[in-house]
Ligand binder design. Sequence first.
Ligand code: NA7
Length: 548
Amino acid sequence: MSTTLPHYDAIVIGAGFGGIRALHEFRKIGLKSKVFEAGTDVGGTWYWNRYPGARTDSEAWCYCYKFDDELLQTWDWKERMPSWPEVFAYLRRVVDKHDMRRDMQFSTRIQSAHYDAVSNQWRVTTDQGETATCQYLISASGVLTVPYMPPFPGIETFKGEVYRSSSWPRHKVDFAGKRVALVGTGATGVQIIPVVAQVAGHLTVFQRTPNYVMPGRNHFIDEEQREGIRANYDQMWQWTRTNPFAFPMPPCNQMFDDYTPEQQQRIFDGGWEVGGFRFLFETFADVLVNEKCNEAAAAYIRNKIRTIVKDPKTAEILCPTYQFGLKRPPLGHFYYETFNRSNVSLVDVKDTPIERITPKGLVVDGKEYEADILIFATGFDGGTGALSSIDMRGRDGRLMKDAWAGGPRTHMGTAVDGFPNMFMISGPQTPFANIPIIIDSAVEWIGKIIQKARRDGDAVVEATPEGVEGWVQHVQKLFSMTVMDKGDPSVHSWLMGNNIPGKTRTVLFYFGGAPMYFQELNESVDMGFPGFEFTKSTAKPGKTATAT
Ligand code: NA7
């Protein structure tokens, strides 16, 4: 039986980092809001991805909300790169502290969202048989939400245990003494491998494309460090505004060509030692735009792989040759070292793909690799996957999936023409950067555009086709300045969407750097939101209303 819920000013899809931040903003500006979440609790990514070794690649002190200063001063992050239970606990704490659960509904997946131009309402249906209406629909459905599982023939015949990183069970999986086969060596596989290798009888890693894995250099944070961090938040927030990836790091002004080869080597050594994304962001400012610099960074990492991994054949299989950054580089925690263990082996499936799965294991090149447990860390339909998987229809019943068939088309990464009063948080064509910081600015901007519309009595806010076309061209132009744009198109990368068979290869993110994006958001507010149309009447002249 279907239930009709009350009308809301705003419905938010997802209670992860973005949804929680949105609810906070909407309360501030007086919108009656409801957050629907498919999981049984908040967390989003940090709810679903509970696999062994799951942790952030961002440093704890900037993977949080700016808006709750009291919590920043009291929350005890334990590690530099917090593990998923810590992030999950933090998000739960935020939500409980601000009594947000009363505006959230869990275990509820949004199935459809249709815009009705006559009533100027979004009508949303859920898998719980409910219907709700709202004026503003906000997608906070995440960047990496829809898992990708390759259609390996025979998967259903496997007699052992099968786990997917993106829907890891709540119970502890016992790997002790077992033969484990793992497919996928992206950021997720790279985190799982060193942990499972500790206990597995044997771990066989099936790698299609190697990655440039930088050392995470995770460590515990002691009380004194915590005090130092807390005392410096003003400075850190300042740095997140000037760092291209919105990390709290002072601007790196070093250009590769200004240094001698010895100095370049020393700078890379420094980045490698300090670890984390600092190898990428604190060495050379032009690493993603200067081919020479990019190749030098790539060669540096290959050299490290050959130094760390003792078996030369294994080391070569682990060495990438494409542009550094073309695939999102993972952080490893003794990743390469793990391949020196006697209970770990690497199978290269680049030229000889996984043929099939049998009741006993996996077959590659006619050889069966027996396993008790299979783990799949095979990635996500990133950027556009979440919204394309919902029956989301704008004006004239146009499906979002169709609007984005040739790649995402947005204005500022926050709105789409033909989808009035719909805004996205962490949508495609927003910066590829430290997500909580980007979310913070985007949500503030969404709050401001809604406030302007309400103040002026405008019922409808909608991106114009010209605004969208301008942004699409802008995003493509910015990407064309990077070395990744010249990258080998056969290299799969979720940044480009071509990790999903059949998906159009196009850049899914804004590579102009976070500071420029922040400036564009600010200018948008100051200039009265160019590229958006505000209308008082609900129906657009010449358009037919969509009956839902
Ligand atoms: P990724 O980075 O997309 O990695 C997926 C991995 O799965 C990658 O190594 C793929 O190889 C591999 N894969 C996918 N299909 C196959 C088949 N058919 N055979 C063998 N191997 C396959 O996803 P992650 O979850 O690791 O990381 C996503 C993001 O989450 C990450 O960047 C962080 O931002 C957090 P391929 O490279 O395509 O050859």
